[in-house]
Design a protein. Structure first.
Length: 436
């Protein structure tokens, strides 16, 4: 109604709206941490003064504190100002899981902005290039190539058209003469005072593959290919903490199997080593799941050191930043796959990003064998994954409704409760400016 003349209708008064976007304000940030089988995922909920909420997800294994510390910095902000808020909080993220809080908030902002304007999140990212998002099915290790081949064949029967498996030194620890290593540098071999191998970067372990070890891994892949065939794109990951020389030897030995890509052979930080790998191998090389922000991908791209970038939206910066990363990669002739080991909340955020990115190839799915994985959200076709793809939602925001009953059933014991109040994070005294 016109406040100066209550009897006069304005045109906008007859337009249905989800909210008044210009007057929308963030009033609360709450969390709930769910998990299973050693995995943990914190779901973030942003509430507003107009009764709508947005959801995001802190990356697997990260601390919910990474998100909670941002609350005092975003209360009272209009969530539709996604870029403005992201610029305020991105200084509090970093590579790996430390990007999880910033990214969870960004997902929730995009969910809220979409709901406020009544449009799907992919529209806010520039529109879509595809109706359905291809998933590649990641598959945990099996002791033999034959067992892995049968497991992957079962994935193909479910409709997946792209696959990934683990292939590395963990398959060789019980194979005589397959590895040479300084004692204390392999799992199960740790002695008092020795470092935990998980925290020793690849160049510093001096774990070496013998010719027998390389032959064993090649035979493993040959067994897999004999079952699933040669036409199915098959990527490999989790080689173990071996140095660049053995990565080159193994990569060259694997070339007859036409693998889709070799992932995370060495830490992403070593651009020069990735250049060596890219130049020497004829199989695509891929990295990026632990890189934060577009600037983090620049050295690899400008050096033309990778053939596929592999950001995890829950680390790389959320929907809009990851879309920018994909566009940057496209300028260098590099495609983008998306890493993902999360609940349907972060998965659907990735779906919207993938829809809006032209050079996207496939989104990872890690929990094919978890029967309740799709229960956390509603208002989508069920099962969420059909014939190895997810339909891009047309509903506002991220396009789903939260199923709190399913979340409560998988709430971790150390979580105080489902989306409990967090007033202790309302006010933090801090001078955050990065310049003088």
């Amino acid at each position: 109604m016109n406040p100066l003349n209550p009897d006069t209708q304005r045109p906008e008064d007859n337009v249905p709206t989800a909210s008044r976007p210009s007057a929308l304000k963030i009033t609360d940030l709450r969390t709930a941490t769910v998990g299973w089988g050693g995995w943990r995922f914190t779901i973030v909920r942003l509430d507003t003064n107009q009764g709508i909420s947005g959801y995001g997800e802190v990356r697997d294994g990260a601390s919910k504190l990474y998100a909670l510390m941002l609350k005092s910095r975003i209360l009272g902000e209009n969530p539709c100002n996604v870029d403005k808020i992201f610029r305020q909080i991105k200084q509090f993220g970093h590579h790996g899981r430390q990007g999880g809080g910033v990214c969870a908030v960004e997902m929730a902002l995009m969910d809220l902005a979409g709901k406020a304007y009544g449009m799907p999140a992919y529209m806010l990212a520039g529109g879509k290039f595809r109706q359905r998002i291809r998933l590649y099915c990641d598959t945990p290790g099996e002791p033999t190539g034959e067992a892995m081949g049968h497991k992957l064949a079962e994935r193909l029967k479910r409709g997946f058209t792209m696959l990934k498996m683990d292939l590395g030194i963990e398959l060789l620890t019980n194979v005589a003469g397959a590895l040479a290593w300084p004692r204390g540098m392999l799992p199960g071999d740790v002695q008092d005072g020795s470092p935990d191998l998980r925290h020793v970067m690849h160049p510093f372990t001096h774990v070496r593959l013998t010719d027998r070890g390389i032959a064993h891994l090649c035979d493993y892949v040959a067994q897999v290919r004999a079952i699933i065939g040669d036409e199915v794109p098959l990527a490999v990951d989790h080689f173990g903490h071996i140095g660049i020389d053995d990565c080159l030897r193994l990569g060259q030995a694997l070339e007859p199997f036409n693998l889709a890509w070799l992932e995370d052979l060495v830490p992403w930080q070593y651009t020069d080593q990735w250049v060596q790998l890219e130049r020497a191998l004829h199989t695509p090389v891929c990295t990026g799941e632990d890189i934060y922000l577009k600037e983090g991908f620049m050295p690899l791209l400008t050096a033309r050191a990778v053939n596929v970038i592999h950001p995890d939206l829950a680390t790389s910066g959320g929907i809009l930043e990851t879309k920018k990363i994909g566009d940057l990669a496209q300028e260098y002739g590099v495609s983008m796959a998306l890493h993902m080991a999360g609940t349907p909340i972060s998965t659907m955020a990735s779906v919207h990003c993938a829809a809006a990115t032209e050079n996207f190839i496939a989104l990872e799915h890690h929990f094919t064998d978890v029967p309740f994985w799709g229960d956390f959200i509603d208002n989508l076709p069920k099962p969420i994954i059909q014939n190895g793809t997810i339909a891009v939602p047309e509903a506002p925001g991220l396009g789903f409704d939260i199923n709190e009953e399913a979340m409560a059933a998988h709430l971790l014991p150390d979580d105080p409760g489902l989306f409990m109040p967090t007033p202790e994070w309302d006010t933090v005294r801090s001078w955050d400016r990065l310049w003088s």
